[in-house]
Structures are given as C-alpha cells and as structure tokens.
Design a binder for this molecule. Structure first.
Ligand code: SF4
Length: 252
C-alpha cells in the first residue's frame, strides 16, 4: 500500500528546532491533548479548515515520502552549509512513523532531528529515532495522574520510550515546557532531574517558558482554548534541580 503522510506546515529557516538553520516539517495528529498546546491545528489527524476574518484555508497536505524528500533534498546543500538540517515535529511525528522513516531513508546526507513527545509505541519510536542524528524529547509531568489530568493521557509510553532512548546511542535533549503551576513546580522539576540524571546520551535540558500566545489559533481551528492552569500566573524558572545533578540546562 502507498505510504503517505499528512503535513500541516513546512517551515524554512527555523532556528529553534535543532542546530543551525533548519527546515521543520510539522506532521498532523497527536495522541495528547496538552491544554497549553499552541498548535491546535496539529492535533487532529485529518485535514481541517481554519477560518479567519480574511477567509478560509485547509490545513493538512498529503505527501508521499518521495515528494517530501524531494522538497527537502532541494534544500540539503543550503541546510548543510548553515550547520543545520531537517527536523520532524508536530503534532506528534511518530503517529506517522512509517511515512517519516521512509522520508528519512530518501534524504541526502543531511542532519535529522526528531522532535517528539515520546507518546507512541516502542516500535514506532525505535523505527524513527534510530534514523535520526539527534532527538528533542519533550518531558512534561512525571506524576502519572497529573500527566493524565493536563494532557489527557498517562505517561507510561513516554517514560518507557525515554528509557529506550538511553539504549539507542542517539544523543538527545530533554525539553520541558514550563507551564505555570503544572510542569514548573519545584517538585516536578526535581522529579525530572532525578529521572534523567546519569542518562546515557543526554546532551542537555532545555526549559521552555509558557507561550502567552498559546490560545491564539483555537478560534480559527474551531476549537475551545481551555487551559487547566492559571495562564496569568508567572512561570517558575528554577534551574537548581538540574544544576544539583550536574546537568547542562538552559532556558530557551
Ligand atoms: S504533545 Fe505537543 S502537539 Fe501534542 S497536544 Fe501536547 S503540545 Fe500539542
């Protein structure tokens, strides 16, 4: 059967999705429902209509691996010269693991980053992560009940795939969205630091303060922005738990 993938954006000249200047491919569909998600159009695994005062547009374009790799290979020389590469993000790119893997297999020599929540089967995770040069691994909440409360699902597959990642020999960065009163608590940050200390392959920890514009696209997507936290509360930016464990940490 023909493999194809649904993409909701291809962003060129991206500078926050991995080393250097990159092209980031945003895959549509995510099994989580983080109440702070700032890409609501990335959650549904189907094409959808975005409406605004200036009109409507359909979000979600189908590509074959050949077609997408063709676009990316056309930029490969420039991306390599810029010390960058290609990043697969979402949504959750592992929901379309076969498509992403087949696309990577068709890429010329270019640095590849997987940006994932880790919420996927172990097979899907291994299939894509082992084809990448670097993994950006989002970790949100260690306590399973709180994780389910704020993201709609427990974190068992995420913690399992984090363990798998440490065995693959692929370097990775832990990325923590700092959501006020949810992920940014001293307790949760200490729990994450304890989880990843001495983890083989860990390059550093990135802390990403909550984006106040997160709710901006919900109306256009026909969805309700319903944060499970106080969006006006200041973010707790506390690096000490990571520094105590001797981990490289930065705020991005
Ligand atoms: S994992 Fe990312 S894309 Fe998925 S709902 Fe959470 S913030 Fe949105």
């Amino acid at each position: 059967m023909l493999t194809r993938g649904l993409v909701f954006d291809i962003k060129e000249f991206a500078i926050h999705d991995g080393p250097g200047i990159r092209t980031t491919v945003f895959l549509k569909g995510c099994p989580l429902r983080c109440s702070w998600c700032h890409n609501p159009e990335g959650i549904s695994p189907h094409p959808q209509t975005m409406r605004s005062p200036i009109g409507e547009r359909t979000v979600g374009t189908w590509y074959t691996p050949e077609a997408l790799a063709g676009i990316l290979n056309g930029q490969a020389d420039i991306l390599r010269d810029a010390g960058g590469g290609v990043t697969f993000s979402g949504g959750e790119p592992l929901l379309q693991a076969a498509f992403v893997a087949e696309t990577i297999d068709r890429l010329e020599d270019v640095h590849v980053v997987l940006d994932t929540s880790g919420c996927a089967s172990e097979g899907a995770f291994r299939r894509v992560a082992t084809r990448c040069d670097l993994v950006y691994y989002d970790l949100k909440i260690v306590a399973p009940d709180l994780h389910a409360q704020h993201t709609g699902r427990g974190n068992a597959p995420i913690l399992r795939n984090l363990h798998v990642l440490g065995t693959l020999g692929v370097p990775y960065v832990i990325r923590i969205p700092l959501i006020p009163g949810v992920t940014d608590t001293d307790r949760n940050l200490a729990d994450i630091a304890a989880l990843v200390r001495r983890a083989p392959g860990l390059v550093r920890v990135d802390l990403l303060p909550y984006n106040q514009a997160a709710g901006g696209k919900y109306d256009a997507a026909g969805m309700a922005f319903a944060p499970t936290f106080d969006a006006d509360r200041p973010v707790n930016i506390n690096l000490s738990a990571f520094e105590r464990e001797g981990l490289a940490v930065r705020v991005v």
